[in-house]
Design a protein around this ligand. Sequence first.
Ligand SMILES: Cc1ncc(COP(=O)(O)O)c(C=O)c1O
Length: 389
Amino acid sequence: MTQEKQKKRGTEVLYSLIAEARGYDDAVVLGRGDPDFDTPAHIVAAAKRAFENHANDYSPPEGILPIREAIAERVQRINGVEVDPNTDIVFTNGGQEALFLMVVAAIGEGDGLLVPEPNYNTYKDAVTFSRGVSVGMPTYPAESFRVDPERVRATLTPDTKALLLVSPNNPAASVISRDDQLALIALAEEHDLLILADDIYDLLIYDDFTHTSPASLPGGKERTLTLNALSKAYAMTGWRTGWVMGPADLMVRVKALKAAVSGPASIVSQHAALAALTGPQEPMEEMREAYIRRRGIVLDYLDQMGFSYGNPQGGQFVFVDIGHTGMSSLELSQKILSRAHVLAYPGGAFSEDMDHFLRITFLQPEDQLRDGLARMKQAMDAISEENAP
Ligand SMILES: Cc1ncc(COP(=O)(O)O)c(C=O)c1O
């Protein structure tokens, strides 16, 4: 069964583990990727108003102008990127559609996308649908999963068409520094590569780390497509609110794809997204503070369990090294699930080379988080005792 599961795509492995967890009444899903918080009330109210005002028409495929203007204002203020709302932005059904459009717009048959590993697993799926090739490049916990520009250079092939830069990264929780972004842009210029930037966690940055969008740096904007979404920072995963932005000549293709794939996003979600971007930001700030507290709780338990991990610099995850257990990530994940009813996601589902990691998220209320981690600790203590020589 284990082998059969390992042959499946990463997402399929995760779905089957989640289905297994649902079978337990007291399951705690420590790997989950969607915030437990409710969407802030003023956003829900804006959606209700949209319904009541009969917002039931199609918008242009790229979204209503006010949402594109609000996005342009946001990326100028937060990311330091100037974009034209008329030509440079397409509003999408969440980050996932943005990801697919971005990859399909950039990658054609035989083109290579350089993917620092580990990474969000559906990038590879999108590249496969594009008939392109994902070229993996390892990053290491001892280097805080740094995307080392020199290693990127050594990994380039004549077919490499684009670099994927997800910062903060899912699942490694690493942030690409401004200096490394500059070096990566220089490399992209030298080899005439596109950059696919995923800024979905740009508001979730910890300690003294800072987020830099490649499009904000000299030479970056004209070769970068950037995705973002409100799913994570605003607790809006189910609303499907995201966007792709980039230079007008590349965005023509993204817009045409959007029209062909799904047409415009739900008009009600566009109004909700507008309220999220232009309304009070305090609820989002409060969630951010809760994530900072929870991150502390998770790291504390992991220290008690004797695990090492890449220090989470941003995002909502910790990528935990389980190498010393001698088990594959799926084996350990399944053991913890069956014994403690706690699901930590196997690193192998994110990248074959990351089979000695588990992903734990801090997207559960504090009491559930503590309960899940305490049960995981009990299971780990028992497993260590059984495996003791
Ligand atoms: C790095 C990254 N990009 C894109 C997405 C997709 O975002 P959405 O949930 O808005 O579809 C996710 C979701 O987990 C993600 O982690």
